[in-house]
Design a protein around this ligand. Structure first.
Ligand SMILES: [Zn+2]
Length: 120
């Protein structure tokens, strides 16, 4: 089966742009609330508010971590596209199902190997 590398590359690059924009927006929002918190420090006791802000901060950190991990998966998929190994499972080398790639164009593992890794 011939792979439409041009279409896939466009899809991956679009995904990368989207992720980078999200990372940027998130870092910006997070440093903004960081500054606000610093500005309020020492002015009274805002325990409850601080707790929820800390929670928000941790949530956006987790989200950032997640986005960065997808970003590196997209990069890896682009590298595989260059090498001509796109669509092959990193673990077993078998082709990844087309439906899976259509849903997650940066998938590096076939569904079986993914399930195996998650069980570990
Ligand atoms: Zn596999």
């Amino acid at each position: 089966m011939a792979i439409d590398t041009t279409g896939i590359r466009a899809k991956l690059e679009e995904e990368r742009h989207r992720i980078q924009a999200e990372i940027e927006a998130l870092s910006e929002a997070d440093s903004q609330s960081e500054r606000e918190r610093a500005g309020r420090a020492g002015r009274g006791n805002h325990m409850a508010e601080d707790a929820s802000e800390t929670f928000e901060h941790e949530k956006s950190l987790a989200l950032l971590h997640n986005l960065r991990s997808i970003e590196s998966q997209v990069d890896r998929a682009l590298a595989k596209l260059e090498k001509g190994t796109y669509g092959q499972c990193d673990d077993c080398g078998k082709p990844i199902a087309a439906e899976r790639l259509a849903a997650i164009p940066y998938a590096a593992l076939c569904i079986d190997c993914k399930a195996k890794r998650e069980r570990r």
